[in-house]
Design a protein around this ligand. Structure first.
Ligand SMILES: [Zn+2]
Ligand SMILES: [Zn+2]
Length: 252
C-alpha cells in the first residue's frame, strides 16, 4: 500500500468534526459518492456494467439507489443484472432437478444417515441465500475505507498534531475501532504500535463511559422528578449509542 497516493485532507477534516466516529463520517461520504457514481457514469461504462450484471448490489445499496430516484439508470442496471441472474438460475434449475431426482431415488436409510444435507440442493440454496453479500458498491466502499484507515495510521505516525487530535477525539464506532486495530500492525511496529493501541483503546473506553452516562440520563429524563432538569447532551444519545455500537446505522 506504500505506493498509494495519499489524500490526507478528508481524514483531517473528519477528525476535526465533532462526531462519535470520524470513519463513519468518511464512510457516509464515500457511500454517497458511490451511489451517485453507480447511478450516473457507471451505467455508460461497459466494464462496470459487466461487474454489476454479475454481482448486483446488496439490499442496503439497492434501497439507497432506489430512494435517490434516478429510475432509468437503476432500471437499466437492474434489468441486465436480472437477465444475468436468470441465466445462472436456469443452470441452477437443471442442477436442482438432477439433485432432487438423485435424492428421491436414495433408499430411506441413506436419507436418514445423510441428514438434511442433500448435496446439490444445499449448495444452490446456500448461494441463493447469500446473494446479499455480493455487492459492487460495498466492495468500492471497503476499498476506500481501507485507504482512509491507512491514511489515519500514516498521519498518526508522521504528524504529532494529528496524534493529538486523535487522542482528544470521541473515538470510533466498534467496527471502525476493530478495522483500525486490524491494520495497525501492518503500518506501525514496536513501541509506536504499543503507544497507538494503548492510546486509542483509552480514548475508546473513556468515550464509551461518556456515552453510557448520556444514554443513562436520557432514560432518567422519563422520571417526572427530572422533568425540570436540563437534557444536557442526552437528547440524541440513543441514536449516537446505536451508531457507536453498530456503525452508521442511523443518519446523522
Ligand atoms: Zn464508525
Ligand atoms: Zn452494498
Amino acid at each position: 500500500m506504500a505506493k498509494l497516493h495519499i489524500d490526507t485532507a478528508p481524514v483531517w477534516e473528519a477528525f476535526r468534526q465533532d462526531s462519535e466516529c470520524p470513519l463513519c463520517l468518511l464512510h457516509a461520504k464515500v457511500e454517497a459518492a458511490n451511489v451517485d457514481y453507480f447511478l450516473g457514469e457507471s451505467v455508460m461504462e461497459p466494464d462496470q456494467r459487466i461487474e454489476v450484471n454479475q454481482k448486483g448490489f446488496c439490499g442496503r445499496h439497492f434501497k439507497q439507489m432506489y430512494e435517490i430516484g434516478n429510475r432509468l439508470g437503476l432500471a437499466l442496471m437492474t434489468h441486465t443484472h436480472m437477465k444475468e441472474t436468470m441465466r445462472s438460475l436456469r443452470e441452477d434449475a437443471q442442477k436442482l432437478r438432477d439433485a432432487a431426482a438423485a435424492e428421491a431415488s436414495k433408499p430411506a436409510i441413506s436419507r436418514w444417515v445423510g441428514g438434511r444435507k442433500n448435496g446439490g440442493i444445499q449448495e444452490i440454496a446456500d448461494t441463493l441465500s447469500s446473494l446479499d453479500a455480493r455487492c459492487v458498491l460495498c466492495e468500492r466502499v471497503r476499498e476506500s475505507m481501507r485507504r482512509y484507515v491507512y491514511t489515519l495510521l500514516y498521519l498518526y505516525k508522521r504528524e504529532p498534531e494529528f496524534a493529538e487530535l486523535l487522542a482528544h477525539s470521541k473515538g470510533m464506532c466498534l467496527k471502525h475501532f476493530g478495522e483500525t486495530l486490524k491494520m495497525a500492525p501492518e503500518h506501525l511496529s514496536g513501541s509506536a504500535l504499543k503507544q497507538f493501541v494503548d492510546r486509542l483503546t483509552e480514548v475508546e473506553l473513556a468515550n464509551f463511559d461518556r456515552l453510557e452516562g448520556e444514554i443513562d440520563w436520557f432514560t432518567r429524563k422519563f422520571d417526572y422528578r427530572n422533568d425540570d432538569k436540563p437534557w444536557g447532551n442526552s437528547r440524541d444519545a440513543v441514536k449516537r449509542s446505536i451508531n457507536k455500537l453498530r456503525t452508521h446505522v442511523i443518519d446523522e
